[in-house]
Write a protein that binds this ligand. Structure first.
Ligand code: CO
Length: 209
């Protein structure tokens, strides 16, 4: 199929619906984006950032990858964080993981996946770091859920360690880093209560993860 007609038709319907409610919506957005939030989430199709928090286009700057990882040498993710913090001056960075994450599941198994295993290794490392706590759960699904949560907390820590976030804090700017988890089974977000608003709090998070 050379063109995906249903998607273009869907797009027309969507744009018309928005213009019906707010005729200037796109003209306004075309001039400038001024989102307050940076979302770092999983690529999973069931976890679209803007939709699940019921916000409109223009309100969230988004970076997604498999298992919502923040890797210190990932130029893609780092560039997104830098742009969000230094140019857009977002006030909130949200790391949002989700239960039922295929990337986290892959990290728990022994199956080989090719190139992707190199990426998933970051989650395997988190498993190893928390092995005692994780293995204390006899139930595999409880272990799986916990690893999804621990992964978010580790990524919150990683965000806090970036030079851009540290510089913003040193400059006295308001910048909050949040760790959330989304349940694909009920559509509900949960706050993991690991919000970091300054350097001192980031150290406290390190002790927890
Ligand atoms: Co996922």
């Amino acid at each position: 199929m050379r063109t995906l007609k249903p998607l273009f038709e869907g797009n027309k319907r969507w744009a018309e619906k928005i213009k019906e409610n707010d005729p200037d919506f796109f003209t306004r957005l075309a001039n400038q984006q001024a989102p307050q939030y940076l979302w770092i989430g999983c690529s999973d199709s069931r976890v679209p950032a803007t939709e699940i928090v019921d916000l409109a286009p223009g309100e969230i700057f988004v970076h997604r990858n498999i298992a919502n990882l923040v890797v210190h040498s990932d130029l893609n993710c780092l560039s997104v964080i830098q742009f969000a913090v230094e140019v857009l001056k977002v006030k909130h960075i949200i790391v949002c993981g989700h239960y039922g994450c295929g990337g986290v599941k892959a990290a728990m198994g022994k199956e080989k996946h090719g190139l992707m295993d190199n990426w998933i290794q970051y989650v395997r490392d988190i498993y190893t770091r928390h092995q005692i706590v994780l293995d204390a759960h006899p139930d595999e699904s409880a272990r799986y859920n916990l690893l999804c949560e621990l992964n978010v907390m580790e990524q919150v820590w990683n965000v806090c360690q970036t030079t851009f976030v540290q510089n913003a804090w040193d400059a006295g700017r308001e910048l909050n880093v949040h760790g959330w988890i989304y349940d694909v089974g009920d559509g509900i977000l949960r706050d993991l209560d690991v919000t970091v608003t300054n350097r001192a709090e980031s150290k406290a998070i390190r002790r927890r993860v």
